[in-house]
Design a protein around this ligand. Structure first.
Ligand SMILES: *Cc1c(COP(=O)(O)O)cnc(C)c1O
Length: 243
């Protein structure tokens, strides 16, 4: 990674963006009977150059980051200031890349099949570590999206609970793009119900504590509907430039 184009102005705006987001998180948390401290803010760092990620870690208190791609995380990780920072994989994970990523991240949020969960369990055993995962739900049943189908989701739960060295810490989703805010809230509210339904069942190896939903465009609504981890990228770092 080159540092030739380090832009002070961009850093200033990152600081301001994070400050504003925290204020809005606080308001949304209170609206839903909680506090700022109950909500985790993840900085989504895909396509963001390492120097700006490091700026947000060193200067803005970012202590949780999310990357989408195994390869991208591998290419950045040595330059990142990751002391005390939690790292989650949030993008679709191919089975053949599980081996590489398991030793390097604290959580995999994007588990979307029993097969993938089995492979993560296997690699966790090989590495002698316990892997935390979230189950990703395709809440809008969209063809274009990954995630468990709502109908299959509950079927696999008991099988996943039998997998060694795996802890299911909660669920995550990306809802469909909605013009209608009521429709959006319906998806978030359904997720919230799933979260409590699963929690009540007390599956073995489940420690239901994270409801991961809400991105740059909808995090306040997500929090109001029960989210306790929001994943925000462009609203922190600016629009993504894909190469
Ligand atoms: C990119 C991404 C985000 C962040 O998206 P923004 O709209 O930029 O906030 C959140 N979650 C996942 C899974 C993503 O891929």
């Amino acid at each position: 990674m080159t540092t030739s184009s380090f832009d002070e102005k961009r850093c200033e705006s990152i600081s301001e963006n994070i400050k504003l987001i925290r204020e809005k998180i606080s308001v949304a948390a209170i609206k839903s009977g909680r506090n700022y401290e109950d909500i985790k803010l993840m900085a989504v760092t895909k396509t963001v150059p390492v120097e700006y990620i490091n700026y947000s870690i060193d200067n803005c208190g970012i202590d949780l980051i999310g990357e989408n791609k195994v390869q991208e995380f591998l290419s950045k990780k040595d330059e990142l200031h990751l002391d005390g920072v939690e790292k989650h994989l949030i993008g679709h994970l191919q089975t053949n890349k599980v081996k590489k990523i398991v030793p390097l991240v604290d959580m995999i949020q994007s588990v979307d099949s029993l097969h993938l969960a089995e492979e993560i369990s296997k690699q966790a055993q090989n590495n002698g570590l316990n892997m935390k995962i979230l189950l990703e739900v395709n809440i809008g049943s969209e063809e274009s999206k990954t995630g468990f189908d709502k109908s299959k989701f509950f079927e696999v739960m008991s099988q996943i609970s039998e997998l060694p060295m795996l802890t299911v810490n909660g669920i995550m989703t990306i809802p469909p793009i909605c013009d209608d805010e009521n429709e959006l809230r319906k998806y978030f509210t359904t997720m919230s119900q799933y979260f409590y339904d699963i929690k009540e069942k007390n599956y073995k190896n489940f420690n239901m504590e994270i409801l991961s939903m809400g991105m740059s465009g909808d995090y306040t609504q997500a929090i109001e509907c029960g989210a306790n981890l929001v994943r925000i990228g462009s609203l922190i770092y600016g629009a993504r430039i894909y190469k």
